[in-house]
Design a protein around this ligand. Structure first.
Ligand code: ADP
Ligand code: MG
Length: 458
């Protein structure tokens, strides 16, 4: 494999990785090896014929799009198994020299705009909005409707796997559909650095000029993960000038980062202060409702048939990284399909996550919460689920119900039935009453905080 091919594929893999689950990526895609480009087709070898089938049936478009993003001369992909490879070499019609020529052609013809195909899965439609991300979502929407005019620059920050890249692609997709004449570019700051280094290395003036011209002709520039240029002075310098030019021309700039500008300590002050000119919004880890909604949407999009309880199992265990949550769902559905089940049930999910769950905390259940609350108030479980109405029992019972609704996302009816067959309205009443009480009753609020802490430690 030549270095060019290696590089091309390495870049493509990065895009592919963002567009797929980690199971798919690990199991099927990461082991592909590119062998040659013939015409506009990249030929790749996969270790097994099973993998070839899976890839041909499911992932060819993903691979094609990724390759095409990097080199728009590549329009097609052929995947063959390692065992068919020698046969392929014998029957292939193109003579060696012609392949070489085609290859030269393919890599020489980089068009200046390098049109990017945004990941079709990362749209606003597929983005679930909750309190944790609504500001970022609203700002991104405003910017895609009025680029350069609403918030400029738009700076989005938040932890890994919380949807920054998704939002940027969503802006790109929307602009591509609704304002197709605009020149929109998305680039990771890693790639920005690499391109700049290449430009500087490749014969000074001419290529750095081209580099500049390319960026300065854009209408919308998105730079993802800006923290990567924080300690690279010459890149910052270049970016600073690009930023100024675009800004003064009224062109939209969108930046993402894993932390707020003020914590990008290695970033030059003049850049940092420019980020303040626009709007800075954060994305927080999503609350449980949003996590559930994201999982459901994902399952719906992928046409997975998943039992409701499985979503809860995942959403309760992972709360700060959506990518991990999706990875877990993929792992479960993958396992489910391997054992030939048409529906992903709770039991299958637990089995699929066995290794994972083993070294984490036990799954939190209604029973465990009841146990802790009983311990705290020195009452018995029998009392709590009984029909007794004295104050010493009613308060712990209601606190218990309240905490369950807070920590678990099980249906109210299920909670009711765990409390000696009570109605869901009883649970609702308990929940609302306690949440109202803790607004004014500090003792109760503290008690609940302590109980929750005890439960988390379990
Ligand atoms: P980041 O760039 O912040 O590290 P990504 O944008 O790559 O995170 O998001 C990780 C994964 O989570 C992606 O598959 C993305 O589609 C998904 N995701 C993140 N936020 C949401 C959301 N609000 N709704 C639906 N999917 C989301
Ligand atoms: Mg990202």
């Amino acid at each position: 494999m030549t270095d060019d091919l290696k590089l091309l594929w390495k870049d493509a893999l990065k895009i592919i990785e963002t567009g797929t689950s980690f199971v798919t990526y690990e199991v099927w895609l990461s082991s592909l090896e590119p062998v040659e480009i013939t015409g506009n087709k990249l030929v790749m070898v996969s270790p097994t014929s099973m993998a070839v089938n899976v890839i041909n049936n499911n992932y060819l478009d993903l691979i094609k799009n990724a390759l095409n993003t990097i080199n728009n001369n590549i329009a097609d992909v052929a995947v063959i198994s390692a065992s068919d490879f020698s046969q392929y070499l014998k029957t292939r019609t193109l003579p060696e020299t012609e392949i070489k020529e085609k290859k030269e052609e393919a890599k020489g013809e980089k068009t200046e705009t390098e049109e990017l195909i945004f990941n079709a899965k990362y749209t606003f439609d597929n983005f679930v909005v909750g309190t944790s991300n609504q500001l970022a979502h609203a700002a991104a929407k405003a910017v895609s409707e009025n680029p350069g005019k609403s918030y400029n620059p738009l700076f989005i920050y938040g932890g890994s796997g919380l949807g920054k890249t998704h939002i940027m692609h969503a802006i790109g997709n929307q602009l591509k559909n609704e304002k197709p004449r605009l020149k929109v570019s998305y680039i990771t700051s890693e790639r920005f650095v690499n391109e700049l280094v290449e430009a500087i290395r490749g014969g000074k003036e001419q290529s750095t000029k081209q580099f500049r011209a390319r960026y300065r002709s854009l209408d919308v520039l998105m730079i993802d993960d800006i923290q990567f240029i924080a300690n690279k002075m010459s890149t910052q310098e270049e970016f600073f000038h690009t930023f100024n030019d675009l800004y003064h021309l009224g062109k939209q700039i969108i930046i993402s980062s894993d932390r707020a500008p003020k914590f990008l300590s290695e970033l030059e002050e003049r850049l940092r202060s420019r980020f303040q000119w626009g709007l800075i919004v954060d994305i927080q880890p999503p609350e449980i409702e949003t996590r559930l909604a994201i999982l459901k949407k994902k399952a719906e999009n992928e046409r997975y048939n998943v039992e409701e309880s499985v979503f809860h199992l995942i959403a309760e265990r992972i709360d700060s990284n959506i990518r991990e949550m999706e990875g877990m769902l993929s792992r479960i559905t993958f396992y489910s399909s391997l054992i030939g089940s048409s529906k992903v049930t709770y039991d299958i999910a637990v089995e699929a996550l066995k290794d994972f769950l083993d070294d984490k905390k036990e799954v939190l259940t209604i029973d465990k919460i009841i146990e802790v609350v009983c311990g705290y108030y020195s009452v018995t479980k029998g009392d709590i689920i009984s029909k007794k109405k004295n104050k010493e029992i009613v308060e712990p019972r209601q606190v218990c119900m309240y905490i369950i609704t807070e920590l678990l996302s099980v249906p109210l009816a299920a909670i009711g039935s765990a409390f000696g067959g009570r109605d869901h309205t009883t649970v609702m009443h308990a929940r609302d009453k306690i949440s109202e009480l803790i607004q004014t009753n500090n003792n109760l609020a503290t008690a609940i905080k302590d109980i929750k802490a005890m439960i988390q430690k379990k």
